[in-house]
Every structure is written in structure tokens, then in C-alpha cells.
Design a protein around this ligand. Structure first.
Ligand code: ADP
Ligand code: ADP
Length: 228
């Protein structure tokens, strides 16, 4: 079952007289349970594609179906809800709130979704357990290592049971050991059936995915299958 279906996706940025065609006709299907890395040189369109997949920006033309829903038809409120509930974002810079504890950070998407406090606590605790940080629920980000902070961010991405985890250079801010740690976690989550889309410019990181989609000049240049 395809959870992501991009058809003839085009994105043109217009700044005054100048227009840049950042995506020039991308067709991409991603099935439930897949683990895909999007790779390519700087300026190839990875960030633009990430923003489209994350419903952070709309396509100039073409269609995007996420979990069967035609996203191009939705208004801003509906898109914000999809971002919060259906997409688990993981960023290079963790984006944890420093004054909140680990579990409170993890529970934020549930708070936006108006889930009651007791249920928020329970689900945040379970998500922290699933990334191996059950013992750190009451720690603030400043009391955790970089790798642990990124695990908290992954728990926050998982807490809503999203359609996909969308990770934008998730290891870009981590040392080698923490990078291995987070990639091992992604392997494990994918093994449990999670759909993961990873944007990276690091080949060693992309090799962890089942499939690499190489983007070049706004089109898919080639696809590489790493494992079934
Ligand atoms: P990558 O993430 O692979 O480096 P981007 O998606 O950031 O690639 O950029 C693709 C192309 O679109 C580049 O030519 C870039 O300069 C251009 N671009 C990206 N964002 C904007 C923007 N907001 N306004 C104008 N041009 C942009
Ligand atoms: P609203 O439109 O209600 O303010 P947001 O635009 O903050 O909602 O988006 C909701 C979700 O989208 C949040 O969970 C947030 O993590 C994610 N999000 C918002 N802005 C960005 C961004 N620039 N990059 C990646 N994810 C973002």
C-alpha cells in the first residue's frame, strides 16, 4: 500500500523577475513500511522535496497523496493538523524546548491535538520506552547527550503514531557514536513496520535505508535498492 504518492510534482520559486524550477516533475511512491533515503548534491531539490512531503509548502503543480488524501485540496488548518498527526518530524537541530522535560517535549504533539493530560503522560512514557529512554523522562534536554536528545525527538515524532517519520539530516549534528546510535534506532523502528523517509547528504547514512532516491537538478536521477 502506497502511503506517499507524488505525481509530476513541480515547484517553482518566484522572486520578482527571477524564477527557479526546484522540482521539475517528480514521481515518487513510498509504501507503508518502506525506509527511503533522499540524497543528492546541494541545490538538487532535497529540501524542497522534504517541504512538499512534510506539507510545509505546496507544490506549484502535480499531485501529492498522503495516506490516500489529496493534500493539494486542503486548507492551512487541515495541513497543520496533518503535519501534527500524520508526520513525525525529526530535525538536525532536535528542536526540543529546553524548559520542558523529556516526556513533556514528547507529549507536545498530543497537547496540540488536545489529548487529555493522563493519556499524554502514558503515551509519552511509552514512546520514550520505545527509544530506550524510559529512565530519562524527567530530564531536561540540557541534561542529556546529543544522541539522547535526538532519541527524545524521535520519540516525539512517534508519539502520534504517524503515517511516516520524516527526518531531515537527523545525524547532521551528532558525533560518530551518536550517529550510529540513531541509525540503529531507525533500523529497529523500520523493522517494527515504521515508514521512514530520511533526507541526507551523507552516503554512509543513506546506505542504512532500504532504498535511495537520488535527486539531481529537480528530477529523480536514479534509484538504488540497498536491501529488500
Ligand atoms: P537542496 O536541499 O538539495 O540543497 P533546495 O531544495 O534547497 O536543494 O534547492 C533547490 C533549488 O531551489 C536551488 O536552486 C535553490 O537555490 C532554489 N531554492 C530553494 N529555496 C528557494 C527559495 N525559497 N526561493 C528561491 N529559490 C529557492
Ligand atoms: P500551525 O500552522 O498551527 O502554527 P505549524 O505550522 O506549527 O502549525 O505546524 C505543525 C507541525 O508542523 C508541528 O508539529 C511542527 O513540528 C511542524 N513544523 C512546523 N514548521 C516546520 C518547519 N519549518 N519545518 C519542519 N516542521 C515544521
Amino acid at each position: 500500500r502506497a502511503v506517499i504518492e507524488l505525481r509530476e510534482a513541480r515547484k517553482v520559486y518566484r522572486t520578482g523577475e527571477v524564477s527557479v524550477e526546484a522540482l521539475r516533475g517528480i514521481d515518487l511512491s513510498i509504501a507503508a513500511g518502506d525506509y527511503v533515503a533522499i540524497m543528492g548534491p546541494s541545490g538538487s531539490g532535497k529540501s524542497t522535496l522534504m517541504h512538499a512531503l512534510g506539507c510545509l509548502d505546496v507544490l506549484t503543480s502535480g499531485s501529492y497523496r498522503l495516506d490516500g488524501v489529496d493534500v493539494s485540496e486542503l486548507d492551512d488548518d487541515a495541513l497543520a493538523e496533518i503535519r501534527n498527526l500524520k508526520i513525525g518530524f525529526v530535525f538536525q537541530q532536535f528542536h526540543l524546548l529546553p524548559e520542558l522535560t523529556a516526556w513533556q517535549n514528547v507529549a507536545l504533539p498530543l497537547m496540540y491535538a488536545r489529548v487529555p493530560l493522563g493519556e499524554r503522560r502514558e503515551r509519552a512514557a511509552a514512546a520514550l520506552d520505545s527509544v530506550g529512554l524510559g529512565g530519562r523522562a524527567d530530564h531536561r534536554p540540557g541534561e542529556l547527550s546529543g544522541g539522547q536528545q535526538q532519541r527524545v525527538a524521535v520519540a516525539r515524532a512517534l508519539v502520534t503514531e504517524p503515517t511516516m517519520v520524516l527526518a531531515d539530516e537527523p545525524t547532521g549534528n551528532l558525533d560518530t557514536a551518536s550517529t550510529e546510535d540513531v541509525l540503529e534506532l531507525f533500523d529497529q523502528l523500520n523493522g517494527l513496520g515504521r515508514t521512514i523517509v530520511l533526507i541526507t547528504h551523507e552516503t554512509e547514512v543513506g546506505e542504512h535505508a532500504k532504498r535511495i532516491v537520488w535527486v539531481k537538478d529537480g528530477v529523480i536521477d536514479r534509484e538504488q535498492v540497498n536491501r529488500a
